[in-house]
Design a protein around this ligand. Structure first.
Ligand code: B12
Ligand code: SF4
Length: 481
C-alpha cells in the first residue's frame, strides 16, 4: 500500500509513491556531535515501507526554524518525527508550532527520552501541535503507526481509535479521542538494525564520545538495552526498561562490517548501559572481532558495571581491541551512595580497577558532586577517593536532576535548569552551599585530579596524539570556566 496525498491548504501535492518521513534530532548544545542512533534504529524499522531522511540539527548547528521549514517544504514530507531530550524539548515545542502554522498537513510525531519520561504530561504540553507521541523504544510502535497512516493515505481524519489502541506507548488526541497506551519494552531486540545509510556516519566530525578516543574515524554503536539497577539519578529505565536484552551477534557483526568497510570506521564506542552483563555474549563478540580481523579499537564510554569482569574476560576484551572503559563510582560517601541506591563496594571497585589497569586498559571514573543533602566534606571524600585509586581520567559532574528519577523528587524545590543546559552547568545547589562554592568544588576536583605529574603528563601525551584536540580543549574550557 502506498501513500498518495494532497497537502491540505493548497501548499503542494506530494506526488511520491511512498510515505516520506523526516526524522529530526533537534538542536541543543552538545559536547559530542555523534549520529543519533535512536533515529537510525527508527529508520531501520520503517525504511522498507517509507523513504526516510534524518536531519541532525546539532550537526548542522541550526537553532532556528527557518531552515527546518524550508527543508520540510522542499522534501514534501508526509510525517516529521522529533527525538526529544531534556535540554531540547522546549525547542521542539517551537518547531511543532511553526510546522503546524506553515505546513499544517504534515503529521507530527514526538518520541525519545524526554517524551518517554514525561509521558502523559507530553500530550498537554505539545497540545494539538503533536499529532502523536510515542514513549519508550520506538521501532515497533512507529512502524505500526506508519502502517495505519499509510492505509489512510496519511489523512488523519479517517483514522479510527481501534486501529491505534494496540500500539505500545502511543498517545494521541486526534479525531476527538484521547489515547494513552502503556509502553511495553520490546522483548526481542535481536533483529533490530540501524539504517546507517540514512544516518551517514561519515558526515560527522571526528568528535569522539566524551571527547576522548584513539583512532579516527569513530562512531557509536548500541548492542544491548536495559538496566536492572535503580540508581536514583538515572532516567534510562523510562526509555529502555529494566531487562537487559542483546541484539543478535550476527546482526551486530554485519553492522560492524558495514561501518569498517563502507565507512572506514576505525574505532567503535559501545554506548550501552550494561554491555557486560551477559559475559557469554561479550566473549563471543570479542572472538568474532578477532576472527573477522577488523583490527578495530573499541571502548565502553558509559559507566560500566564491573561485577562481571575477570582476568580472562579482560584479556580477551583487550586482545579484541578494547582500550578504554568508564566506571560510574559517583561518590565515596557511603551515606550518599546509599541515597543514590548505588549498590557499590568501594574497596572491590578499587580492586577491579587495578585488575583492569593490569591489562593496560585506560580507566575513567565518573563522579557526581552536589547530590541533595550532600555536604562539602562528603564531596571532598569523593575527591580524595578519586586520587587514591589508579584512574587515568575522571569526570566530576554536578548533580543534575532529571524528571522521572527518584532524585528529581528529592531536589524538586530547588531545581535550576534551562534550555541548552549541559552537565557543566549548575542545575541544583544543596542547602548550605552557593552556586559559586559548588562550581569551585568542581574546579578544585578537576584540578586536584589532573594536576598530578603522572596524570598530567599522561593526559598531555594522550591529547597530543589525538586528532580531536580542539574538541577536547573546548570541553575542558567549558567544564572549568
Ligand atoms: C549514549 C548516551 C549519550 C551519548 C550519546 C553518544 C552517541 N554517540 O550516541 C552522549 C554522551 C553524547 C550523551 C549526551 C547527553 N545525554 Co545521554 N545518554 C546516552 C544513553 C546512555 C544511551 C542513548 C542511546 O543512544 N540509546 C540507544 C538508542 C537506540 O535509544 P534512543 O536514542 O533513546 O532512541 C529510542 C527511543 O528513545 C525512541 N526514539 C528516539 N527518538 C525518537 C523519535 C521518534 C519520532 C520516535 C517515535 C521514537 C524515538 O526510539 C528509539 C529506538 O528505540 C542514554 C541512556 C539510555 N539508556 O537511554 C542517555 C540519556 C539519553 N542521556 C541523557 C542526557 C540528559 C544527556 C545530555 C543532555 C547530558 C548533558 N546534560 O550534557 C547530553 C545531550 C547530548 C545530545 N545532544 O543528545 C538522559 C536523558 C534524560 C532526559 N530527560 O532527557 C539519558 C536518558 C541518561 C540519563 N541521565 O538518565 N548521551
Ligand atoms: S546509572 Fe547506569 S547502572 Fe545505574 S540505573 Fe542508570 S544505567 Fe543502570
Amino acid at each position: 500500500m502506498f501513500c498518495r496525498r494532497n497537502w491540505q491548504n493548497g501548499l503542494y501535492y506530494s506526488g511520491f509513491d511512498s510515505m516520506k518521513i523526516l526524522l529530526i534530532n533537534p538542536y541543543c548544545v552538545s559536547d559530542g556531535i555523534t549520529p543519533p542512533l535512536g533515529l537510525g534504529f527508527l529508520s531501520g524499522a520503517v525504511n522498507d515501507i517509507a523513504e526516510v531522511t534524518i536531519l541532525d540539527l546539532i550537526k548542522e548547528n541550526e537553532k532556528g526554524t527557518g531552515k527546518l521549514i524550508a527543508f520540510i517544504r522542499q522534501g514534501r514530507y508526509d510525517l516529521v518525527g522529533f527525538k526529544t531530550i531534556e535540554p531540547n524539548y522546549l525547542r521542539v515545542k517551537e518547531y511543532l508550532r511553526k510546522i503546524k502554522e506553515t505546513v499544517p498537513a504534515v503529521i507530527t510525531v514526538v518520541g525519545g527520552p524526554q517524551a518517554s519520561i514525561l509521558r502523559d504530561k507530553m500530550a498537554d504540553f505539545y497540545d494539538r501541535d503533536a499529532d502523536f507521541i510515542i514513549c519508550g523504544e520506538g521501532e515497533i510502535s512507529f512502524r505500526e503507526l506508519c502502517l495505519v497512516l499509510m492505509k489512510h493515505q496519511c489523512q488523519l481524519d479517517t483514522v479510527r481509535l481501534d486501529e491505534l489502541s494496540g500500539i505500545s506507548g502511543l498517545q494521541t488526541r486526534i479525531n476527538g479521542f484521547a489515547i494513552t497506551n502503556e509502553f511495553v519494552p520490546i522483548r526481542d531486540i535481536s533483529g533490530l538494525k540501524v539504517d546507517w545509510t540514512a544516518l551517514k556516519p561519515d558526515e560527522y566530525p571526528p568528535v569522539p564520545h566524551a571527547g576522548f578516543s584513539s583512532r579516527f574515524p569513530v562512531t557509536s554503536v548500541a548492542i544491548s538495552r536495559g538496566c536492572p539497577h535503580h540508581c536514583s539519578f538515572c532516567a534510562a529505565h523510562n526509555v529502555m526498561g529494566r531487562e537487559v536484552r542483546y541484539r543478535s551477534l550476527e546482526v551486530v557483526i554485519r553492522e560492524i562490517r558495514t561501518l569498517t568497510g563502507q565507512y572506514g570506521m576505525k574505532e567503535l564506542h559501545i554506548i550501552d548501559d550494561n554491555f557486560i552483563t551477559d559475559t557469554a555474549y561479550v566473549e563471543a563478540f570479542c572472538r568474532r572481532l578477532i576472527e573477522e580481523g577488523f583490527n578495530l579499537r573499541w571502548s565502553l564510554p558509559n559507566g560500566t558495571r564491573l561485577e562481571h569482569l575477570n582476568d580472562s574476560l579482560l584479556d580477551l576484551m583487550k586482545r579484541s581491541g578494547l582500550y578504554s572503559l568508564s566506571v560510574g563510582i559517583e561518590s565515596a560517601s557511603l551515606r550518599i551512595l546509599k541515597l543514590m541506591h548505588k549498590n557499590l563496594d568501594l574497596e572491590k571497585t578499587a580492586e577491579r580497577i587495578r585488575l583492569i589497569k593490569k591489562h593496560g586498559i585506560l580507566v575513567t571514573g565518573f563522579f557526581i558532586l552536589g547530590y541533595p543533602t550532600e555536604t562539602r566534606r562528603e564531596m571532598m571524600e569523593t575527591v580524595d577517593f578519586s586520587l587514591r585509586i589508579p584512574l587515568d581520567l575522571a569526570n566530576f559532574m554536578l548533580f543534575h536532576p532529571y524528571e522521572g528519577t527518584e532524585a528529581y523528587e528529592q531536589a524538586r524545590d530547588s531545581i535550576k535548569t534551562a534550555m541548552d543546559s549541559t552537565f557543566a552547568d549548575v542545575a541544583f545547589i544543596p542547602s548550605g552551599l552557593t552556586e559559586t562554592e559548588l562550581k569551585n568544588i568542581q574546579r578544585y576536583a578537576f584540578l586536584r585530579f589532573y594536576l598530578r605529574p603522572r596524570i598530567f603528563i599522561h593526559l598531555l601525551r594522550e591529547i597530543i596524539e589525538m586528532q580531536g584536540k580542539k574538541y577536547i580543549f573546548r570541553r575542558i574550557l567549558r567544564w572549568l570556566f
